[in-house]
Write a protein that binds this ligand. Structure first.
Ligand SMILES: Nc1ncnc2c1ncn2[C@@H]1O[C@H](COP(=O)(O)OP(=O)(O)O)[C@@H](O)[C@H]1O
Ligand SMILES: [Mg+2]
Length: 149
């Protein structure tokens, strides 16, 4: 997987929040550090296709992510700081629900959910209601949903 930012710029009126960013990311873990107001959230919002750049491009394996549209979002997983869920859903129900929203076929979803619950160490809590989870366990459920696709 290759994610490439080229001359990526975002302006809000006459204010430039992201200024000609060029960067290539391949498989691995990346951290985005910067002072308050540096443009991190603006960049993440463009990366999630929620915000259109003023100029420049973001490509995924050579294809513009805004042109890929749904094909790109099929690959995308995202865990925001605060995430919404139905508190009465169990961990398993929550993940199956997100999988359905992502358009993952039920047979595939059931297998994937089981694997991910084990991967994030929630096997014992799979039948627990989301509202009963500790902060850290909620976080793990959030990580699992981000990895569904
Ligand atoms: N929708 C917006 N309209 C106008 N200015 C914005 C908007 N979103 C962010 N900004 C401005 O862009 C700059 C970068 O913001 P942001 O990306 O949230 O920074 P960070 O996440 O790095 O703290 C800030 O000065 C912020 O006020
Ligand atoms: Mg921010």
């Amino acid at each position: 997987m290759k994610l490439k930012f080229e001359n990526l710029t975002k302006e809000f009126g006459d204010f430039t929040a992201v200024d000609h960013l060029s960067l290539t990311m391949t498989n691995g873990v990346y951290g985005l550090l910067g002072v308050n107001g540096a443009g991190k959230t603006t960049l993440m919002r463009m990366l999630c296709t929620l915000l259109k750049p003023t100029s420049g491009t973001i490509t995924c394996n050579g294809r513009d992510i805004f042109e890929m549209d749904g094909d790109y979002r099929k690959l995308l997983g995202y865990l925001p700081q605060e995430f919404g869920f139905y508190p009465e859903f169990t961990v398993q129900e929550y993940l199956l629900y997100i999988a359905a929203l992502k358009g993952i076929r039920p047979v595939v979803a059931r297998r994937r959910v089981k694997e991910l619950i084990a991967k994030v160490g929630l096997t014992k809590a799979a039948g627990k209601k989301m509202k009963k989870l500790s902060g850290g366990m909620k976080r793990r459920a959030g990580i699992a949903q981000a990895m569904l696709n």
